[in-house]
Design a protein around this ligand. Structure first.
Ligand code: SF4
Ligand code: SF4
Length: 283
């Protein structure tokens, strides 16, 4: 499947414009996410229609607490990610090649419709990073709407503005990771940057339901004044944006001990000075 959002160079190289990395990819190579591959000067999506994980989850598990609470959502994931967090909880599918099953957009919609009898409200793109499943989502999400169902993105928010704007009309709810309110954290622990994530939150919140998640890692992003700034910034968009402050457990390359509960409570109390709805998760 040819990828969307890239430019061709004079040689057979291409520049991917899907996310802020803007990978320059020579023929026969992939971008940083590993799932966009330059085949003789054409950028292709390697994971199109490749599903590694599927489950009917409570919508609260996304986490979304203020979007059709008490209902279920069919959740699909592929493989690949455009960030490389050293604490990734899904590294087997985000950072490694994983076993997959082929699925077409029509089959995804049929599956979602079939699960309506089990209280399914639609389709969530989740588990790995859905930004790098962009073409599959852009084909599937309109069909989901046409079937009277809802679309949800659970994302790191690391996407360029143009592809984001094209997706916005089809996504009814977002859970967006705001991993820290400091660029250094994004750069050193995730190999990304903060500003594009803030832009995604701002633009998505202008047109659909948005909830934000911050995983707190001891010694890395647990400073009270960072949470003060983060919550104040979210409140400047809307004081009613729900914020999920979640507990970290050692995963992947990070072996720091789990977040102390007192840290979570203190950060939540600080966030509540700005925001009406703050949840503590993973405890
Ligand atoms: S989506 Fe992948 S290939 Fe494209 S710029 Fe981002 S990391 Fe690079
Ligand atoms: S953005 Fe999410 S899926 Fe990607 S590496 Fe980070 S934690 Fe893992």
């Amino acid at each position: 499947m040819e990828a969307l959002y890239y430019t061709r160079q004079d040689t057979l190289a291409v520049t991917c414009q899907l996310c802020p990395h803007h990978c320059h990819i020579i023929s026969g190579n992939s971008g940083r996410c590993r799932c966009r591959y330059n085949k003789d000067g054409m950028l292709t999506s390697l994971n199109y229609g490749q599903c590694t994980s599927a489950a009917l989850d409570p919508v609260e598990k996304k986490p979304l607490r203020r979007f059709h609470p008490g209902h279920q959502i069919l959740s699909l994931g592929s493989w690949g990610c455009n960030l490389a967090c050293s604490f990734c909880q899904n590294w087997q599918i985000s950072q490694e090649q994983a076993i997959f099953q082929e699925i077409t957009p029509q089959e995804a919609v049929s599956l979602a419709l079939r699960e309506k009898k089990n209280d399914n409200i639609g389709l969530a793109y989740t588990y790995n990073e859905p930004t790098v499943w962009y073409e599959f989502i852009s084909h599937t999400a309109p069909l989901i709407h046409a079937a009277g169902l809802l679309n949800v993105m659970v994302t790191n928010g690391y996407i360029e503005e143009k592809p984001l704007q094209a997706l916005l009309p089809y996504i009814d709810a977002w859970n967006i990771d705001l991993k820290a309110f400091q660029d250094k954290f994004y750069y050193t622990l995730c190999k990304g940057t903060l500003a594009p994530v803030l832009r995604t939150i701002r633009l998505a919140a202008a047109s659909s339901h948005v909830e934000v998640t911050t995983l707190i890692i001891p010694g890395e992003n647990d400073r009270i004044d960072d949470m003060d700034r983060e919550a104040a910034w979210l409140a400047s968009i809307s004081p009613d944006i729900p914020l999920h402050i979640t507990r970290y457990f050692p995963r992947y390359h990070m072996d720091t001990p789990p977040t102390p509960l007192d840290t979570l409570y203190a950060l939540a109390n600080k966030a509540r000075q700005h925001l009406s709805t703050v949840y503590i998760g993973n405890v």
